[in-house]
Design a protein. Structure first.
Lengths: 112, 113
């Protein structure tokens, strides 16, 4: 089966750095996505990792280790608008199709 | 933003009634998905479509059916709504499978009394 674990909640201070971890166990792994979801809104794409290493995009970076089944999302220079849920999702290739399997999400609260 | 809309945005219904949710896209993407989102469970795939009239089940498909008669529309039907189907439903689209990101619609909040 597939399993994705991420912390339920995190709190950080405006201007600081926060790291949100995601561990997964899945067969047919094909890549990992991070999405951001503000309360009451739709998820929006942040990053995609398929190879090991760090992908940087502005204030956000995402890291993947396929051998360890581990990823993290790094948010720098936190802003109040970064308060949201962050969803880790792995692409699972099973049968003849690809599907996205989502973790339960990490709710991040940024305090002044 | 991807052109994807959902209707209705909010619905309250009674147990045992049929309900149909509509997802409409203007991006001409081949793949469309229906998810439900519940506290503690994250997003779970109900059904998806890989082309007109081509659909397949996701992990929580019991009690739901779908239809796709046109590229732009993907309908989700709850044949006989139950209280356990109270949830927020999101439609998503993607150009292809695998490494293509999915774009999500605004969601439909459904309450079954």
């Amino acid at each position: 089966g597939q399993n994705i674990d991420q912390p339920t909640e995190m709190t950080a201070t405006e201007g600081a750095i926060v790291q949100i971890n995601c561990t997964y166990q899945t067969s047919g792994f094909n890549g990992l996505f991070w999405y951001q979801q503000h309360a009451g809104e739709a998820p929006t794409f942040l990053s995609y990792n398929v190879l090991d290493g760090l992908e940087e995009k502005g204030r956000f970076s995402s890291f993947l280790s396929r051998s360890k089944g581990y990823s993290y999302l790094l948010l720098k220079e936190l802003q109040m608008k970064d308060s949201a849920s962050y969803l880790c999702a792995v692409t699972h290739h099973g049968d003849s199709s690809y599907k996205l399997i989502f973790g339960s999400g990490t709710r991040l609260l940024v305090r002044p | 933003d991807a052109g994807i809309t959902q209707s209705p945005r909010h619905k309250v219904t009674e147990t045992g009634t049929p309900v149909t949710l509509r997802c409409h896209q203007t991006e001409n993407h081949r793949y469309m998905y229906w998810y439900r989102q519940d506290p503690g469970h994250g997003l779970r795939l109900i059904h998806y479509s890989y082309g007109v009239k081509d659909t397949d089940k996701g992990e929580v498909s019991d009690g739901y059916s779908v239809s796709r008669s046109k590229t732009e529309d993907f309908l989700l039907t709850l044949e006989s709504a139950t209280s356990s189907q109270t949830s927020v439903y999101f439609c998503a689209i993607s150009e292809s499978e695998g490494n293509n990101e999915q774009f999500f619609g605004p969601g439909t909040r459904l309450t079954v009394l």
